[in-house]
Design a protein around this ligand. Structure first.
Ligand SMILES: Nc1nc2c(ncn2[C@@H]2O[C@H](COP(=O)(O)OP(=O)(O)OP(=O)(O)O)[C@@H](O)[C@H]2O)c(=O)[nH]1
Length: 440
């Protein structure tokens, strides 16, 4: 998958850190095992768990008559009000939105399975050992290392490989490595104890450890990997919150472009009226995407802009209204009041709005992202996360900690500044990239 290699290249810092750390751990107490007789055939995808085809984005079907749900009185939109979702658009760009939500407890109509993505798995009650995907890969030398006969007939020559016995010392080193990779203490402990479950005393190579680690990480991430749901509601109002510089404006620009490319009518409200530069930046994105950007004079009331934008989006029958907001956490009380006011006024137009409140987090802030989630959950009704700047940071592990701690849906990740550098969050892909496993 094209995005995988991009993600892997760009997560280089995180994966190389883990790579090097794992090698050091195995070398420290390991020994080179003599070559073993090799099995006859090499699996097609020795490097990846369950060699399945990569999940493909599903197309957005025409907005068609879907059974209207009876509006229910919902004073607080938590959990997310379930509406009829549509499905996501085709390539290009694999937009990070659209597969329908899983049925909510208050929804009498079960949502259809999201195409192209397995349903989020139930949280596993306790540690359950996962199979090392791909079997015993280190017995399999790379293609170049095989003799002509081996290559012709699928036989291969075994090569010696360094292995270390999984014991308490090694687990401790693994924990430290994961903590250093910004996974957080609790998550690192949970992941390593799951890795150890039923495997203490086993000799493991670096590659086997990577597979185990990737499988455990993937298991933590799976339940939260949910693309931004698209509702039949018009306009679907998406409020975008986050601290200054986290990537809100860029994310809105990317989303607007991708929605527009998928045939949706989008309106943007430049609600950060305190930063002229942010407004200009949004205007540039809007021009690029061919999406109107509503602005207001610097320092004016963002709530009144949001109200106007809502009115315009309704008048024009827009599918989506994306509202940018200020991220001045220095004065939390002000920001809380500002966001509350925005919500209050748009609810005059649609009592269920905003339909999504996206918190945009900058991966380079590492563990600080956890604190930001705590704060924004207090001041806004955060319904999902977007993590930006996963390119060029060694702190990608924080996403695993976020998933483990909050369980909030992670809709998309940003790995660059270009329009197509926002993609749906794929847990397996991410885990493989983070641990430095090869592409499937
Ligand atoms: N490398 C990289 N840079 C990003 C990504 N997303 C955003 N950026 C950059 O991060 C910087 C800040 O992004 P903005 O979108 O302006 O952030 P913001 O949250 O809107 O910031 P304010 O307007 O100050 O509130 C810009 O230079 C973006 O180009 C990403 O995924 N990767």
């Amino acid at each position: 998958m094209a995005f995988f290699s991009k993600l892997k290249d760009r997560l280089f810092k995180s994966s190389s850190k883990l790579d090097e750390g794992l090698e050091a751990i195995v070398e420290e107490g390991g020994a080179v095992e003599p070559a073993e007789p090799a099995p006859q055939r090499e699996p097609e995808h020795p490097q990846h768990p369950e060699p399945q085809p990569a999940p493909e984005p599903a197309p957005i079907p025409e907005r068609e008559p879907e059974p209207e749900r009876e509006p229910e009185p919902q004073p607080v939109p938590e959990p997310e009000p379930e509406r009829e979702p549509t499905t996501p658009p085709e390539e290009p760009g694999a937009p990070p939105f659209a597969p329908p939500e899983q049925p909510q407890p208050d929804d009498p109509t079960p949502a259809p399975e999201p195409p192209g993505r397995p349903a989020p798995s139930e949280p596993t009650p306790g540690p359950q050992p996962v199979e090392i995907p791909g079997g015993a890969p280190d017995e399999m030398p790379p293609q170049e290392g095989r003799g002509l006969f081996g290559r012709l007939f699928g036989r291969r020559e075994a090569q010696p490989v360094m292995r270390r016995t999984l014991d308490d010392d090694m687990l401790e080193s693994l924990e430290e490595l994961l903590i250093a990779a910004d996974m957080g203490v609790d998550t690192a402990l949970r992941v390593t104890s799951n890795m150890a479950e039923g495997r203490l005393g086993r000799k493991l190579s670096v590659d086997e450890i990577k597979r185990l680690l990737a499988a455990e990480i993937s298991r933590v991430l799976e339940p939260v990997a949910r693309p931004l749901p698209i509702y039949a509601k018009r306009p679907q109002v998406v409020l975008v919150v986050g601290v200054n510089g986290s990537g809100k404006t860029t994310t809105i620009g990317k989303l607007a472009s991708q929605f527009k490319a998928a045939g949706k009518e989008v309106v943007i409200a430049a609600g950060d009226t305190f930063r002229a530069a942010a407004v200009e930046q949004l205007q540039v994105w809007g021009q690029r995407a061919g999406v109107p950007v509503l602005t207001a004079p610097e320092g004016s009331d963002p709530a009144s802009l949001a109200f106007d934008a809502m009115a315009r989006a309704q008048d024009e029958g827009a599918d989506l209204l994306l509202i940018d907001t200020a991220g001045r956490l220095q004065n939390r009380q002000d920001l809380m009041e500002e966001l509350a006011k925005i919500v209050r006024v748009i609810r005059k137009k649609d009592p269920e709005a905003p339909h999504n409140t996206l918190l945009v987090l900058d991966a380079t802030t590492g563990q600080n992202a956890l604190a930001q989630v705590e704060v924004f959950r207090q001041i806004a009704d955060v319904s999902g996360l977007v993590m930006t700047k996963l390119d060029g940071t060694a702190k990608g592990g924080v996403l695993v900690a976020l998933a483990d701690r909050f369980g909030l849906p992670i809709h998309a990740i940003g790995v660059g500044e270009q329009i197509d550098d926002l993609a749906p969050f794929d847990p397996e892909e991410f885990a493989a990239a983070l641990t430095g496993l090869e592409a499937r």
